[in-house]
Write a protein that binds this ligand. Structure first.
Ligand code: SF4
Length: 172
C-alpha cells in the first residue's frame, strides 16, 4: 500500500513538473546539461525514498553514485534520447538533488540524467534550486484552486499523461 502511495506521489510530481516546466524555464534560465561519460558500475540503487520534511517532498532517484564524499543522484529515462535534457527532467533531478542534500547533509554539485544514448550532468546551481522552490510554491498555490487550466496545446503530452483518464482538458 505504501509503495502504491509513494508511486502515486512520484507520478504526480513528474506530471506536474512536466506541466509547469516550460513556464519556469523561461523565467529562470535553467541550466542545460553537459554530455558526460558515466561509469554505470559505480551506481548503487537506493533502498528507501528520500524525504524533505520542510518542503513535504519525497522521492527516490534511480541510483546514487558516491563521488568525493558526496552523493550524486542519477535518474534513468527511457525512450528517445533528446539533444538536450527536457525541462521536466531537469526539475525532477533538481528535486532529487535537494532531497539528497537534506538527507545526507552535503549538497550534490550536479545530478545525472541517463538517457538510452547519452548521459547529461546537470549542475545543481542556486538558480536551479530557486526555480525548483518557486515551482513547488506555485504547485501548492494551484492545489488550492478549484481548477487549473491546461498549460500547453500538445496532444502527444496528453497521450503520455498519467492523469488522462480523469482530466477534462485532455487533448487526446
Ligand atoms: S491529460 Fe490533462 S493533465 Fe495530462 S497533460 Fe493533458 S491536459 Fe495536462
Amino acid at each position: 500500500m505504501l509503495t502504491l502511495v509513494l508511486g502515486f506521489i512520484l507520478l504526480f510530481l513528474a506530471a506536474v513538473f512536466y506541466w509547469l516546466s516550460a513556464r519556469q524555464r523561461r523565467a529562470s534560465g535553467l541550466p542545460g546539461g553537459r554530455v558526460i561519460y558515466a561509469d554505470t558500475r559505480a551506481w548503487g540503487p537506493l533502498e528507501k525514498p528520500l524525504f524533505d520534511g520542510q518542503l513535504g517532498l519525497t522521492g527516490k532517484p534511480d541510483y546514487l553514485v558516491e563521488q568525493d564524499g558526496r552523493f550524486i543522484p542519477v535518474e534513468v529515462k527511457t525512450g528517445r534520447t533528446p539533444s538536450a535534457p527536457h525541462d521536466s527532467h531537469i526539475f525532477q533531478l533538481a528535486a532529487y538533488c535537494r532531497l539528497v542534500e537534506k538527507t545526507y547533509g552535503k549538497r550534490p554539485p550536479y545530478g545525472i540524467l541517463h538517457y538510452p544514448g547519452r548521459d547529461f550532468a546537470v549542475d545543481y546551481t542556486p538558480e536551479l534550486e530557486s526555480a525548483l522552490l518557486d515551482l513547488l510554491a506555485e504547485m501548492r498555490r494551484d492545489e488550492r484552486r478549484e481548477s487549473v487550466g491546461r498549460s500547453h496545446a500538445d496532444p502527444a503530452r496528453c497521450r503520455g499523461c498519467g492523469f488522462r483518464s480523469v482530466c477534462d482538458q485532455k487533448l487526446a
